[in-house]
Design a protein around this ligand. Structure first.
Ligand SMILES: *Cc1c(COP(=O)(O)O)cnc(C)c1O
Length: 382
């Protein structure tokens, strides 16, 4: 039972060996503060700026539009609160969706306490927002639209290009949480009319605790973290040099050959789905296969408690999740599954497998074997 089969790549990913190798010098002898004026400091500065170039290039932005943060959650907070507070003369209305990550939803709840008004767009059974509803909810005082690029629980990819067009036509800022999208689908902020975007390194084989906010040149925003002059005075704090270097390398690796990689991941996922259907034709896919992240499989097993299934899989070295990692300590049904119309019974019988380019067909065979050997027992007894 020493085996580890990791199919929870939406929660986090394994650090790529090549990424670790790039980071190491900055954790060892290259520990200079990137703001210091002697050589080891200057080398840290150069490494940070080099990583900034890579992040900018990966999303087709300008280097001056990239601000390093402590991760995706901070980027979401920085962008949403920063833009809202800086533009409240113009209006205090924000549009988001009901299936956003908690970093977005809770930022909106905070802003609501400050007097902002938030519209939470519903989604259909596949997790898609309606462009018509988006248009209808726009008001004179709408200053920001924040809709995620791809959902972390059910993998739905939102109509980002169309949302960008709507936002532009109404002169409203458009933010997208692209944490799940980077490395899985092409993201081009210029082509998609995106004004602000959140990135997290550990979702694409980079280190944890580092991310970035892309904020288009000219967008008015207030700082979230005040202090020193780092990041063009827009985000204070001594740079996490090794982390930033790791993110630069990871984004470079994960955004090359996206199509080839996605196709491979998709084939493994679809194979797993077919095999699960053969085992139990009553399983249900949450969401559908169109506009879905290549690695995401969110499945309902009728009559099974997902916490028991998770435990069983874990005992066999298989890592999956119920809902999102951030929600897993609470047993209220996922807000995302609820939003697509699943009742609590279905939500609490669902698990998420998120495949990545580190997974293999052979691992799928193993997962199927484990489930096959235990399915009936799980349905009967508990
Ligand atoms: C993981 C995740 C985040 C949070 O990123 P952290 O770097 O873990 O703070 C935000 N949004 C989405 C969609 C995510 O999947």
């Amino acid at each position: 039972m020493e085996r580890l089969v990791y199919v929870d790549n939406s929660a986090t990913t394994r650090l790529d060996d090549r990424v670790l190798k790039e980071m190491m010098p900055f954790l060892e002898e290259g520990y200079g503060n990137a703001s210091s004026s002697y050589s080891i400091g200057i080398r840290s500065r150069e490494a940070v700026e080099n990583a900034r170039k890579k992040v900018a290039k990966a999303i087709n932005a300008c280097e001056c539009e990239i601000y390093f943060t402590s991760g995706g959650s901070e980027a979401d907070n920085m962008i949403i609160k920063g833009i809202a507070r800086a533009n409240q003369e113009k209006g205090k209305h924000i549009i988001t969706s009901s299936i956003e990550h908690l970093a977005v939803l809770n930022s909106c709840y905070s802003l609501a306490r400050e007097g902002f008004e938030i519209t939470y767009l519903p989604v259909d059974e596949n997790g898609m927002i309606s462009l018509k509803e988006l248009e209808n909810s726009i008001r004179k005082d709408t200053i920001l639209i924040s809709i995620m690029f791809a959902n972390n629980e059910i993998g739905t990819i939102e109509p980002i290009k169309e949302i960008g067009k709507v936002a532009k036509a109404h002169n409203i800022y458009f933010h997208t949480d692209a944490v799940q999208a980077i490395g899985n689908v092409d993201v081009d902020v210029a082509e998609l009319n995106i004004d602000a975007l959140s990135i997290s390194a550990h979702k694409f084989h980079g280190p944890k605790g580092v991310g970035a906010a892309y904020i288009k040149d000219g967008v008015k925003f207030f700082n979230l973290i005040d202090g020193g002059h780092q990041e063009c005075c827009r985000r204070a704090g001594t740079e996490n040099v090794a982390g930033i270097v790791g993110m630069g390398k990871a984004i470079e690796i994960s955004t090359e050959n996206i199509e080839e990689k996605s196709n491979k991941v998709k084939m493994i996922r679809d194979y797993c789905y077919r095999k699960l259907l053969e085992l139990d034709n009553k399983i249900k896919l949450n969401g559908n296969f169109e506009n879905r992240l290549p690695g995401n499989l969110n499945i309902c097993f009728e009559g099974i408690d997902n916490k028991n299934l998770l435990l069983l899989l874990d005992m066999n070295g298989i890592c999956v999740s119920t809902g999102s990692a951030c929600n897993s300590s609470v047993s209220i049904p996922s807000h995302v599954l609820t939003a697509i119309g699943c009742d609590s019974k279905r939500a609490n019988s669902s698990i998420r497998l998120s495949f990545g380019d580190t997974n293999s067909f052979e691992e799928v065979e193993y997962i199927i074997e484990v489930i096959k050997n235990n399915l009936e027992m799980m349905k009967e007894g508990k």
